[in-house]
Design a protein. Sequence first.
Length: 266
Amino acid sequence: MSVILDLLGRSGISPTQAFMLALFLPFLIPFFYFLYRAPRSASRPRLRQIPAYASLKKILARAAETGQQVHVSVGTASIAGTKTAETMAGLYTLEFLADRSANSDIPPLVTVTDPTTMPAVADQLRRAYERQGYPDEYRLDYTRFIAPPVNGNATPYTAGVMDVLNHEPIAANVMVGAFGDEFLLMAETAAQREIFQVSGASDLNVLPFVQLTATAPLLGEEIFAAGAYLLDRVGHYTSLVAQDIFRIALALLILVVVLLRALGLV
């Protein structure tokens, strides 16, 4: 590990980036191993039940019954940055909802704040309508760009979403992605109107807000399992298996180091 960090440090990469990359490289070994074995395996790993993902499969039926839209937010971060993984989790969730809403007359209402995320969201919706055989039914106004961040502050976007939740017919509120303190303002608005909410975030400061306001919360790493639970793709299943193996390996390594230090051997 120290050799890898030294080589990466000489390349001009920051120590934090070098450490993360050094951890990521060993992760690729089990990932590609199980990805190679997946087509030859008779069964996929069994996933534990997460109620929030089960709820996502029902809210579109609720929207169709009431004639109201489902509001979707994929977070306040960009598609490229330190929060890319959280934004991608939101996009996977949107892909699932878009595929199913393309077969109904009730499209989702997606609000966006980051300019780089806007085309990714629009593309997810467009592709969903194409996959379902209704390319002419897609309209650009299914994606609503509210306001860009101001000096990194998402307050303008938050105000716009609160206005949507307060004054438009919304059957459910789905917010999965990277959020800050602004999450509570949006979620509380939906909670006051008793709107069904599926929310998820990975920021430790936001998790209490998710737990308190969401009807069906996704906490921490649960949002990163969206692809496996909702889209049923081999690569996402493989990633979950590799993550579990890597997590166990790190836990064992920490335990061994602690025991060695306690015995005075290192």
